[in-house]
Design a protein around this ligand. Structure first.
Ligand code: PAZ
Length: 326
């Protein structure tokens, strides 16, 4: 009996890009327009001598039905990404801020919990009442407005929104293609909390899952790891930083090292859920550097992101210097 074997190409795992094309519902955001905007932004700022960083921020939404009523989400507020964007802008970078819709946003993040109707007051005006803000309820507002104004004038922040996991994956690829021509002066700062699991488009129920069918059992597939094509193919000369969040301190650094060994990127910022605002470890293949914010610093308004960005921009400088020599 003759054994018929499949050709090797048919047996090979699809590439992450193919898997996204085959398995995910089309994105719900205008990816092509975003790709053009990112490309023009990156090129323009590069020509003016600025480094460009892509920040990803917030969590992804994974639909459980194609006419989505329910979805899988996570805790990420986008604070890390939004705060980091401000410090990168302060350091002279141009920032593409790829963030989850309605997650925290640079500058306005500080007033996200503010009820504006308690802050704004009506004052009698000559023709109609005027609106004034009660400044004491907006701590730091003068400084924030000054920084925000400078950023707007320089045009150094490009916000791009995602909602679903599919949006995020498509936009990340487009961003990588936009930044690739910048070589070593481009940085990827991947702080978003991206789902590891999804339901393939071919298996997702169309309509709302009925509770009358009894307890829900779902099997989800693993999301392709985008770091791999990003580092190898999409932007091979860029400086790439990923984040690793764990709840168990025992495994954090080992997992960070494993990610570096697997994807061969440059830095993992490792953090633990309980202490993520005050402690991170900057992990590279050769060293581990702890950055922390003391209670006293916290009271004085110091944020861990300021220290992270100071550390990483310095590493980026060394990386660019080395790239120039090679
Ligand atoms: O968005 P946020 O400020 O609430 O949280 C930040 C964070 C914990 C999502 C980020 O620091 C991080 O670790 N992102 C990567 C998560 C992961 O996929 O392991």
């Amino acid at each position: 009996m003759t054994e018929v074997s499949s050709p090797a190409s048919a047996m090979a795992e699809p590439s992450p890009a193919e898997q996204i094309r085959q398995d995910f519902a089309p994105p719900q955001v205008p990816v092509e327009a975003a790709a053009r905007a990112m490309e023009a932004f990156a090129r323009g700022h590069h020509c003016e001598g600025r480094r460009v960083v892509l920040i990803t921020s917030g969590g992804t939404k994974v639909p459980l039905e194609s006419r989505t009523v329910r979805f899988l989400d996570n805790f990420s507020s986008g604070r890390r990404g939004a705060a980091s964007a401000e410090y990168f802008l302060q350091a002279g970078y141009a920032v593409i801020f790829l963030h989850r819709q309605r997650s925290l946003y640079p500058y306005s993040r500080r007033y996200a919990a503010t009820n504006w109707l308690d802050v704004l007051r009506l004052q009698p005006g000559e023709e109609a009442p005027r609106v004034e803000a009660e400044q004491s309820r907006l701590p730091g507002i003068v400084h924030i407005l000054q920084d925000y104004g400078r950023m707007k004038e320089a045009g150094t922040l490009l916000p791009i929104e995602f909602n679903t996991l599919s949006d995020y994956l498509h936009l990340l690829r487009a961003a990588a293609q936009a930044l690739s021509p910048l070589g070593s002066s481009a940085m990827f700062y991947l702080a978003a909390a991206v789902s590891d699991f999804y339901i393939p488009a071919s298996e997702i129920p169309e309509h709302k899952i009925q509770s009358s069918s009894g307890p829900l059992q779902i099997t989800m597939k693993m999301v392709p790891k985008m770091l791999s094509p990003l580092v190898k193919d999409w932007a091979p000369k860029a400086f790439v930083i990923s984040f690793k969040l764990e709840t168990d301190t025992e495994i954090l650094l080992e997992k960070a090292q494993k990610a570096l060994a697997t994807y061969r990127h440059h830095v993992v910022v490792a953090n633990i859920l309980d202490t993520l605002r005050t402690l991170v470890v900057i992990v590279t293949a050769t060293e581990e550097t702890k950055l922390s914010v003391s209670e006293e610093e916290e009271r004085a308004g110091v944020e861990i992101e300021e220290k992270i960005i100071k550390d990483l921009t310095l590493r980026h400088t060394h990386f660019m210097d080395r790239a120039e020599v090679n």
